[in-house]
Design a protein around this ligand. Structure first.
Ligand SMILES: NC(=O)C1=CN([C@@H]2O[C@H](COP(=O)(O)OP(=O)(O)OC[C@H]3O[C@@H](n4cnc5c(N)ncnc54)[C@H](OP(=O)(O)O)[C@@H]3O)[C@@H](O)[C@H]2O)C=CC1
Ligand SMILES: Nc1nc(=O)c2c([nH]1)NC[C@@H]1CN(c3ccc(C(=O)N[C@@H](CCC(=O)O)C(=O)O)cc3)C=[N+]21
Length: 305
């Protein structure tokens, strides 16, 4: 294995430390405590794990955490009423509605009901437009975490060839915008891209966000390139045995085949312990940023894009 492992878990701990420091300062100097509201509709087990983890880390960094768990059958009007209430709550500086929502709820409508300045996910159409036009925005947490790791590893990204595999609104597109803003030459590949391995092989930076376990293999990677693996896929791991209920144990894998990519890459993020922890750390950072902007206070350094 040749690649340097980019330790997202350790980097996320550093980000959280900065967040905690700024939170303490806000409290002492200005009497303000940032607050994050997380809304979870339904009982998706993976979502419950993330929401619990977000709440725990919010409290650990000294902020207030407000959790709203709603039944899977919750109607649109009821969800919109909750968002309206959180929009006007002065103790709430960040609002996150966990996605995906149950199929009967219109995600665009719900997201665009969040006050843009409290939209710590950066999914509101006004934040998307602001990012695309270079205006001050709330930046989506996963791409922000990826950008922080790339900047830390490379210093300047200017002039590098970056290929983002995946064009979703929550990862691929905002990732491409951030790389473009840092003066990369950006290509977005997706399910209709022809000869995709040829495209990724030209990249100095590959960001994989496809949701297909271990799809990107070492032969897709140019020797020495940096690989950022956004994928979080739970797959069967029969080699680990069975659970008490007889079901097969599982393990997490990324969208990249780690061993073969690590053979050729210059640096790579692992799964778990790469992009995932950075995503949550950036959510905390965005909450502090939102709080500072709302109160007209100086924003923390190194925690925004
Ligand atoms: N670590 C973290 O914090 C987070 C991790 N994730 C993970 O990242 C991954 C991507 O998530 P998300 O962006 O929401 O996923 P989506 O399913 O919304 O988007 C997947 C994208 O990958 C493209 N794609 C699918 N199959 C192929 C293929 N065979 N070849 C090339 N491109 C393909 C799709 O193309 P097309 O548009 O043409 O269909 C689409 O643009 C998932 O594993 C998810 O779990 C997501 C959010 C946060
Ligand atoms: N509105 C909204 N915003 C999101 O940011 C959002 C969302 N909805 N829906 C789901 C996805 C997914 N996501 C992850 C966050 C952290 C880890 C994470 O910390 N993963 C750990 C492993 C966790 C485990 O063991 O299951 C790791 O990679 O090391 C993963 C995935 C945020 N998302």
């Amino acid at each position: 294995m040749g690649a340097q492992i980019i330790d997202g878990k350790a980097f996320a701990a550093q980000v959280r430390e900065k967040v905690a420091g700024h939170v303490a300062h806000l409290r002492q100097a200005h009497g303000v405590t940032p607050g994050l509201a997380v809304v979870l509709v339904g009982e998706d087990p993976a979502s419950q794990v993330y929401v619990r983890s977000k709440g725990k880390q919010t409290v650990e960094t000294g902020m207030n955490s407000y959790e709203h768990r709603l039944d899977a059958s919750t109607g649109e009007a009821e969800l919109l009423a909750l968002i309206e209430q959180l929009n006007s709550d002065r103790d709430v500086h960040g609002i996150l509605v966990q996605l995906p929502l149950p199929a009967h709820l219109n995600e665009d409508l719900v997201i665009n009901a969040i006050a843009p300045e409290k939209d710590v996910d950066g999914f509101h159409i006004s934040n998307v437009g602001r990012l695309a036009t270079g205006q001050k925005a709330m930046v989506p947490c996963t791409p922000l975490g990826c950008l922080m790791m790339l900047r830390e590893h490379h210093g300047s990204l200017s002039g590098m060839n970056a290929v983002v595999v995946g064009r979703s609104n929550i990862v691929g597109k905002p990732m491409a915008q951030l790389l473009l803003r840092d003066s990369c030459t950006v290509t977005i590949a997706h399910s209709r891209t022809k000869e995709i391995e040829e495209v990724t092989r030209r990249a100095d930076i590959v960001v994989a966000a496809v949701g297909r376990p271990e799809m990107v293999t070492g032969d897709w990677i140019r020797p020495g390139a940096t690989v950022i693996d956004v994928g979080i896929n739970r797959v069967d791991a029969p080699e680990k045995g069975t659970n008490e209920d007889g079901s097969v144990k599982t393990r997490l894998v990324g969208d990249c085949h780690f061993e073969s990519c690590a053979e050729v890459a210059g640096a790579i993020t692992p799964v778990p312990g790469g992009v995932g922890p950075m995503t949550i750390a950036c959510l905390l950072a965005n909450t502090v940023t939102a709080c500072c902007r709302m109160h007209g206070l100086a924003e923390p350094e190194g925690l925004t894009a």
